[in-house]
Design a protein around this ligand. Structure first.
Ligand SMILES: NC(=O)C1=CN([C@@H]2O[C@H](COP(=O)(O)OP(=O)(O)OC[C@H]3O[C@@H](n4cnc5c(N)ncnc54)[C@H](O)[C@@H]3O)[C@@H](O)[C@H]2O)C=CC1
Ligand SMILES: O=C(CO)COP(=O)(O)O
Length: 340
């Protein structure tokens, strides 16, 4: 028997027919929600409708969940909640179109992991500028799309501006293998996801250069210190940072070749240049888009982000891996815990 708060979010519209949007649409349907998946690519919609597959983004997975597919954003006006699952840098443009088409008044769950490059804003801040009346929510945590689509056990954080919405969305999206934890720390839930992508590129590079498991662990731990400093300067709560959307996602992404960011870094560590990797297209690596703006944000808040700085130079200036390692290892020695 669905609870009243789950019923509040019976109709879910998912925007984005990539790996994560499709996986979230599937898990929402398994949770008993009525789900519409919007994708801009008509051929993708045709394949999902006729063959129950999204072979471009989720190869090898056939779904039997009952989903509705659309390429009309105006269909979003019927939603109780919208899951926005396109790459972070597309957020503002999509919200603008959505606001024109559907007048956003329901909660918008931001599922992308990144910082807007042009402004340094969190995606919830972008939402507030573009659709003031829509409550901001965030879904983040250690969760590969492929795992979620296959129904493997996953836990995530769902944060919203109000506890009632965070609890309601968590109950509405909870499925046997998908366990959300509610939170009201909207900023904290976003900063972990954005920064872990940058840090995963660094970890991938260390592994690609065969620097050993000790170096990988050191980088993950110092990366967490970096993430924590920036997040606390932005007002995030400590328990969010040590939770699923912070440490949980950092550990996953910094240790698995299943991660596209880690894999991007792996190639840099093997000597490939970021400019060549970017020119060849390839899979989305959000950290490559967020690294520089994370550093700028850090500078604005007087927070030092040495690992992010090196990643920004690797992805934007083709800094060679040897120079990146030297730059990190020759920094002035400092205390592990800064003086209070
Ligand atoms: N794949 C994963 O395991 C997870 C991904 N995420 C995050 O979700 C976000 C989306 O990632 P994925 O779905 O994996 O990427 P993807 O590359 O698989 O799919 C991106 C989708 O967005 C669409 N798209 C791109 N630009 C667009 C635009 N301007 N307008 C409309 N649609 C557009 C593409 O056509 C594609 O359908 C990223 O921020 C990522 O960090 C978060 C958790 C897990
Ligand atoms: O966010 C993710 C897992 O939580 C997915 O990571 P990648 O985008 O690096 O594949």
């Amino acid at each position: 028997m669905p609870t009243a708060s789950a019923q509040r979010f019976q109709k879910i519209v998912v925007i984005g027919g990539g790996a994560w949007g499709t996986a979230l649409a599937l898990t929402a349907a398994r949770a008993g929600r009525s789900v519409t998946l919007w994708a801009r690519d008509q051929s993708l919609i045709t394949e999902m409708r006729s063959r129950n597959q999204n072979s471009r983004y989720l190869p090898g997975i056939t779904f039997d969940e009952d989903l509705t597919f659309t390429d009309r954003l105006s269909d979003c006006s019927k939603a109780d909640a919208i899951l926005l699952v396109t790459p972070a840098q597309t957020t503002r443009d999509i919200l603008r179109v959505l606001q024109n088409e559907a007048k956003l008044t329901v909660p918008v769950v931001l599922c992308a992991k990144g910082i807007e490059r042009g402004t340094g804003q969190m995606l919830s801040e972008v939402l507030k500028e573009e659709a003031r009346q829509a409550e901001a929510a965030v879904l983040s945590g250690p969760s590969f799309a492929d795992d979620v689509a296959r129904g493997l056990p996953t836990a995530v954080t769902i944060a919203a501006e109000t506890d009632a919405t965070a609890q309601g969305l968590s109950q509405a999206l909870a499925a046997p293998a998908f366990r959300p934890y509610a939170s009201t720390d909207v900023i904290g839930a976003q900063i972990g996801g954005a920064l872990k992508n940058v840090l995963a590129i660094a970890c991938g590079a260390v592994v690609g250069r065969k620097l050993g498991a000790s170096a990988q662990a050191a980088l993950t731990a110092r990366g967490f210190a970096e993430l924590t400093r920036l997040a606390q300067a932005l007002g995030a709560r400590h328990e969010t940072l040590t939770g699923l959307s912070g440490l949980g996602d950092l550990v996953l992404t910094c240790s698995s070749t299943q991660s596209r960011n880690f894999s991007f870094g792996l190639k840099l560590g093997k000597g490939l240049l970021a400019s060549d990797l970017k020119a060849s297209g390839g899979k989305l690596a959000e950290g490559a888009h967020s690294a520089r703006i994370a550093v700028t944000l850090g500078d604005r808040l007087n927070v030092d982000l040495p690992i992010c700085k090196i990643v920004a130079r690797m992805v934007e200036e083709d800094l060679p891996i040897e120079e990146a390692i030297t730059a990190l290892m020759t920094r002035p020695l400092k205390s592990e815990t800064p003086p209070a």
